[in-house]
Design a protein around this ligand. Structure first.
Ligand code: APR
Length: 223
């Protein structure tokens, strides 16, 4: 089967009730990145960082996949589908996607702030100053601004061998995730589903300027 890579961002989860970052009323309008999503913020006021992610984890637990998430599962009948997501919710997994790579971590994992490799699942609030086995403090297992995107290598390998790339609900403003689009093999079809696609794409691209659920319906008719 041909390999279809799905590159998703916050927009695919918008219709499941989860906020995006850069839309009107988005998360980065309500919080400053440097206050909640950097290693310096963690050192300066860990309680504010924990509160930001504890709230988002509670909201993500209430959310359910929408038909854009399930549409990507449907495509597994005719393509080898790998999802590369910037999202930290688990809606792709809940929908049944069998291959999901989280570039920016997950709300449902915590790691030691001494050694990120020491990690454990988490589905409730992470309390302040709770200790990991190595004596570090448990922190959200999220890739903060300024931290290495450990999963970038595997993501690049996937995109470089894609037969089809489907980009859903990302402003493509954060690198290195955004740069993945430029590594698709020459001539491979790219489909972009976004009501407000923010950039130009190459001539092999079909832009479906709709929300994720309506756009997925249109895409399934095209593929
Ligand atoms: N359906 C599809 N796309 C949508 C919808 C929707 N219902 N609503 C909004 N969008 C689109 C917006 O037009 C925008 O292009 O989703 C995109 C959301 O962009 P961002 O808010 O920037 O989210 P994302 O691209 O995932 O951000 C990337 O930035 O802050 C960091 O780590 C964070 O992973 C995040 C990264």
């Amino acid at each position: 089967m041909k390999k279809l890579i799905g590159l998703t961002g916050a927009g695919i989860s918008a219709e499941s009730g989860l906020q995006t970052f850069r839309d009107h009323n988005g998360l980065w309008e309500q919080h400053r990145i440097e206050d909640v999503a950097t290693p310096e913020a963690w050192k300066r006021h860990p309680e504010r960082v924990l509160d930001f992610y504890n709230r988002r984890r509670r909201q993500a637990l209430e959310a359910r996949p929408n038909s854009a998430h399930t549409g990507l599962v449907t495509l597994e009948a005719t393509y080898k589908v790998h999802i590369i997501t910037q999202n930290v919710d688990n809606l792709h997994e809940q929908a049944g996607s069998t291959s999901v790579l989280h570039l920016h971590g997950s709300l449902f994992s915590k790691c030691s702030d001494r050694d990120r490799r020491i990690a454990a699942p988490v589905f409730e609030d992470i309390p302040l100053d709770s200790k990991a086995p190595d004596g570090g403090r448990w922190r959200p297992d999220i890739v903060w601004f300024g931290e290495a995107v450990e999963q970038y290598g595997p993501a690049l390998d996937l995109v470089k061998t894609a037969d089809v790339l489907v980009v859903i609900g990302t402003s493509l403003q954060v690198y290195p995730a955004a740069g993945l689009v430029d590594f698709v093999p020459y001539g491979a079809p790219i489909y972009v589903i976004d009501p407000d696609p923010g950039r130009q794409f190459n001539r092999f691209t079909t832009v479906i300027a709709q929300k994720a659920t309506a756009g997925m319906t249109a895409l399934l008719d095209m593929l």
